[in-house]
Structure formats: structure tokens, C-alpha cells
Design a protein. Sequence first.
Length: 188
Amino acid sequence: MSFWEALAVVTGIAYLLLAMQESLWCWVAAAISTTIYLVLFWQVRLLMESALQLYYLVMAAYGWYHWRYGGQQAESLPIRVWSFAMHARAIIAIVLLSLISGSILAQYTDARLPLIDSFTTWGSILATWMVARKVLENWLYFIVIDAVSIFLYLDRELYLTVLLFAAYVVLAGLGYRTWRQHFLSQLR
């Protein structure tokens, strides 16, 4: 455990709490946490997780912009839901990409737990894009991804990050409930 891991955890929790409230500031907290984790994950040989942080930096900028200017009025981007068919395609894509990149990592690198690392990375890529687009079910994807991530971070002895992701599982459930209430109020 280090000061940097602790700071990444604090800003990671801030990101999620602010995202639950649909606050633009969530994207600033995400950028800070992501920058720190980019280095930490590289140091512990979670190569896909480290690469994921680069994507998160881009998505922090995109998410802020889309939430700010993507709706008809500033900060009014509505929450939406995906069809069953869209979810089926998304899940199949995550599994296939995970198998491909996990196999490549296992064969050509010294990455730790390459299949799990790949699954959490590809799932997070999709789920983060869903957050930026305000797709309600992003929270459900993150419950699964965060639960699997706990095992990954335990293996690398990132204990504060394990606690963060345990909190993420709970907060993602609360986030789903909060966004679902907002979504239902939009229908009235």
C-alpha cells in the first residue's frame, strides 16, 4: 500500500459517488484516479489494466463533454436503456475479445492472470462507454466486472484497491437504483 494507491482509491470513490449523482465533476475525479492507476498497474504487471487507464483518460474527457453538451440542454443528457439484443452482442464481444487478448498475453508476455485481466479490461471499456452515454445498465456490468476485479487485485496484493472494488460493487448497486429512479421519472 502506498500514498499513491490511497489517493487513487479516494478519487476513485469520488468518481463513483459523483457519477451516481450525475455530476460532471465525476470525470475530473476519474482522470486523477486513472492517471495514478496507469502507473500502479504497470508496476504490478497487470498490462491490460494499465492500458485500460489510457482509455479511461480519454473517456474522462469524452464523458465530461458528452454529459455537458450531449443533451438538448446543458447537463440534461437523459438516461436510456439497451435492448436484450444489444446486451447479447455486447457480452459476446467482451467474451471473444477477452479470449483473444488473454491468449496473446499468455503466450507473449509475463502478464499476471491474462484472461481475467482481459475480461475486466474489455468489460470496463464497454461499461465506461455506457456511463458516458448514460446507459442505465452500465451499473449492472460494473457489479460483475468489479467483483471479478477483486480477485485480480488480491493476487497482486493491492489491498486498498481490493477494498475500493468491494465498495464499488455495493456503490454500483446503489448507482443502478439511483439512475433507475431518474430513468423512471423521465418517462413521466
